[in-house]
Design a protein around this ligand. Structure first.
Ligand code: HEC
Length: 142
């Protein structure tokens, strides 16, 4: 019986992975001037570094630091850093809404984390990553 389960998993897993990979790319292409695209992708890599640091601080129960880094790098305080006002005019409305949702969730996360409760902070961090996922599902720049 176990053998059957193992065999059926071995058959099903590669197939289901394949169907994910084979999905059509339906993302909308957003044309950006070269320098702006380079700048934006650099920001994106920084977003991922920030997320990694936030999780590191949360795991160490250092909610104060998690709040600081989230606000400075992803929250509303980061708009200037990311040149948001220059890039926003190239973005479709729903894309810039996803960006705003991310900044808003990150600033809310920072406020909640400062209150010192880890669980509600994680719940709000999930809203940050949901905005990453939503925008990535809809748009591409290259
Ligand atoms: C407003 C839309 C938007 C939001 C919000 C967003 N991204 Fe992106 N991100 C993009 C687009 C568009 C690309 C380029 C995808 C492509 O062209 O294939 C990208 C690319 C990336 C890349 C690849 C960078 C490279 O060098 O190729 C990383 C890493 C990334 N994003 C991380 C994140 C993380 C983490 C978050 C959330 C904290 C996030 N992004 C939020 C739109 C967004």
């Amino acid at each position: 019986m176990f053998k059957n389960i193992i065999i059926s998993c071995a058959l099903v897993l590669p197939l289901s992975n394949f169907s994910v990979l084979a999905q059509e790319d339906t993302r909308q292409m957003v044309e950006l001037p070269d320098m702006m695209r380079t700048h934006m992708l650099g920001n994106m890599r920084n977003h991922l570094v920030t997320l990694d640091k936030i999780l590191e601080y949360l795991a160490a129960d250092n909610l104060e630091k998690a709040a600081d880094i989230a606000e400075a790098n992803l929250g509303f305080s980061s708009l200037e850093l990311h040149g948001a006002s220059h890039i926003a005019k190239y973005m479709p409305e729903a894309m810039s809404a996803a960006g705003t949702a991310m900044h808003k969730a990150a600033s809310q996360f920072a406020r909640i984390a400062q209150e010192g409760e880890a669980l509600p902070a994680y719940a709000k961090l999930k809203d940050v990553t949901a905005a990453c996922v939503a925008c990535h599902a809809g748009y591409k720049v290259q």
